[in-house]
Design a protein. Structure first.
Length: 252
């Protein structure tokens, strides 16, 4: 069954969720092409680190770095260059990264759906006329996208993980399917699930930290915390800081 499966089935939820000793995590919600907000938030996190030194900390991006906002290309380029200066960076894949890679790899037929779902802003940030893509074949559109998006950007996005566990916290983009061991979760659920996860009263042996579903502020429940505050339209990008049993928020 594996360690995660045993934990999921054999442990009840702890009374107080905690990171490992002397460890801090900054989880960042869906950026969606807002480089201005990302750079502002990372500056605030750096200031927080300086004011509250700790021996080890992580910077965890919960996916959907791209689409909807105007600067997908710039966000990816910024994070590629910043990786060496970020403390223990963890990049998780969201459904928007999945859609881009799927279109480039094997399913150009989903191009129109993706463009309407936020992909238009992404391709335009790479200098591509989104409308023109719809007037050529899926194969030609794939070729045009591959020519415009740097290989380093695609390799970076393809390297994103699907989940990350730290102490009593599980970090994912969308959520998990209740009743299924962590190691048996499908990529589709980790990237896309909504109501079956959001509405579930299930208690897990961890607190799930997720993005994907927009809320006006942090959505704290007994089994999950959602931190997608709709940055691309609201101007509010949220980070959840976890340290020991304490949690606090840093926002733009």
């Amino acid at each position: 069954m594996g360690l995660f499966g045993k934990l999921f089935q054999g442990r009840s939820a702890p009374t107080a969720f905690s990171t490992p000793p002397n460890t801090r995590a900054y989880a960042i919600g869906d950026v969606h092409g807002r480089l201005d907000l990302l750079s502002e938030l990372l500056s605030k996190i750096d200031k927080d680190r300086q004011q509250r030194p700790t021996s080890r900390d992580y910077t965890i991006f919960l996916g959907d770095l791209i689409d909807r906002g105007p600067q997908s290309a710039e966000v990816i380029d910024y994070l590629l260059r910043a990786r060496s200066t970020l403390n223990q960076p963890i990049f998780l894949a969201g459904n928007h990264e999945e859609m881009l890679l799927r279109i480039l790899r094997n399913d150009g037929r989903q191009l129109a759906e993706w463009l309407n779902y936020g992909g238009r802003q992404c391709v335009e940030s790479y200098g591509i006329d989104a409308a023109a893509l719809l007037h050529i074949s899926p194969e030609a559109a794939q070729q045009r996208l591959r020519a415009a998006i740097p290989a380093a950007h695609l390799e970076f996005i393809a390297s994103f993980a699907d989940s990350f566990r730290l102490g009593d916290y599980l970090f994912v983009h969308a959520g998990i399917r209740p009743g299924i061991a962590v190691e048996e979760q499908t990529i589709a659920d980790l990237h896309w699930i909504r109501e079956d996860f959001l509405d579930s009263p299930a208690r897990y042996p961890f607190m799930v930290i997720h993005g994907h579903t927009i809320s006006s502020g942090p959505d704290e429940q007994h089994n999950r915390i959602g931190i997608d505050t709709g940055a691309y339209s609201s101007g509010i990008l949220t980070a959840l800081c976890l340290e020991g049993t304490e949690r606090r928020y840093i926002t733009t």
